[in-house]
Design a protein around this ligand. Structure first.
Ligand code: SAH
Length: 243
C-alpha cells in the first residue's frame, strides 16, 4: 500500500472517531441552519421558502467532508463551493439543496445527474430516490468519485465516464435530470430522456452571459416549458455538446 493512500486512510480512520465525528455533525447542523435561512431569503425567486424535510434530512445524512480533498476538509461545512481538483468544484450546499428540492424527489424515482464531480450531489440523490445514474467527463474525477461512493455504500448509485450532453439512453427515461455544469442551451438528448411529467434542472448561460438555473418541465402529454429560478455560477459543461 503506498503512503499516498495510507495517510488519507489513516486520517479518515482517526477523524471518524469522536470528538472529530461530533465536531463534523455539529458543523453540519450549523450548515443546515444556514441553508434553511437562505431558502427563506430567496423564497421570492425560487418559490420555495423551505426545502422539504426529506431533502434537508438527506443533506444532514451525507458527510460532505468525505467528498473534498484533505486540504479542504476544514471548510467542508461552509456554505460555499470548494475546489476538488482538475479545475472543478463541489457545489455550494444551498445550491445542492435547491436543485434537489426543485425536482421534488420521491422514493420510487430514477434520476440522472450530469457532472459527478466529487459525487456529493449524487450521494444526496441516492438518499432520496430508488436509482441514481451519474456521468462525469473527467476520468480521474469519475474514478475517485466511484471509489468514494463505493466506500460509503450506495448500492442504488451507478456512475460512468462520458459526455453527459448525450445523457444515458440505456438507463432512461428518467423522472428527473440534474445538470451540475453550465450549458449554453438545454441539451435536446436530455429532454428526450425525460419521462412525461419529469423535471430537469440545469444552469444555462456562458462565461460572458449571466447563468440562470432553469427548471424544465415535461407535461404528461409531452409539452416542454421552462422557468428561470435564480442567477448561479457553475463551471462550464464541456464535451461534444459545447459551442
Ligand atoms: N455535482 C458535482 C459538482 C460538479 S462540478 C458534485 O457534487 O461535486 C461539474 C462537473 O461537471 C465537473 O466535474 C465537470 O468535469 C463535469 N462536466 C463538465 N462537462 C461535462 C459533460 N459534458 N459530461 C459530464 N460531466 C461534465
Amino acid at each position: 500500500m503506498s503512503r499516498h493512500f495510507l495517510l488519507p486512510a489513516l486520517l479518515c480512520l482517526v477523524m471518524a472517531q469522536s470528538p472529530f465525528a461530533d465536531e463534523f455533525s455539529r458543523q453540519r447542523e450549523q450548515l443546515m441552519t444556514a441553508i434553511a435561512d437562505l431558502a427563506t431569503e430567496t423564497a421570492a425567486e425560487t418559490g420555495r421558502p423551505a426545502f422539504s424535510a426529506a431533502v434537508m434530512a438527506a443533506l444532514t445524512q451525507v458527510p460532505r467532508h468525505r467528498f473534498v480533498p484533505l486540504d479542504q476538509v476544514p471548510y467542508a461545512y461552509e456554505n460555499r463551493p470548494l475546489a476538488i481538483g482538475h479545475g472543478q468544484t463541489i457545489s455550494q450546499p444551498y445550491i445542492v439543496a435547491l436543485m434537489t428540492d426543485l425536482i421534488d424527489p420521491r422514493p420510487d424515482q430514477t434520476v440522472l445527474e450530469i457532472g459527478t464531480g466529487s459525487g456529493y450531489q449524487a450521494a444526496v440523490l441516492a438518499e432520496l430516490v430508488a436509482q441514481v445514474y451519474s456521468i462525469e467527463i473527467i476520468a480521474p474525477l469519475a474514478e475517485e468519485a466511484a471509489a468514494r461512493l463505493k466506500a460509503l455504500g450506495y448500492p442504488n448509485l451507478q456512475t460512468r465516464v462520458g459526455d453527459g450532453y448525450y445523457g444515458w439512453e440505456e438507463a432512461g427515461p428518467f423522472d428527473a435530470i440534474l445538470v451540475t455544469a453550465a450549458a449554453s442551451h438545454v441539451p435536446p438528448p436530455l429532454i428526450r430522456q425525460l419521462k412525461p411529467g419529469g423535471r430537469l434542472v440545469i444552469p444555462v448561460g456562458t462565461h460572458f452571459m449571466a447563468q440562470y438555473l432553469l427548471l424544465v418541465e415535461k407535461t404528461a402529454d409531452g409539452q416542454v416549458s421552462s422557468r428561470q429560478i435564480l442567477p448561479v455560477s457553475f463551471v462550464p459543461l464541456t464535451g461534444g455538446g459545447k459551442d
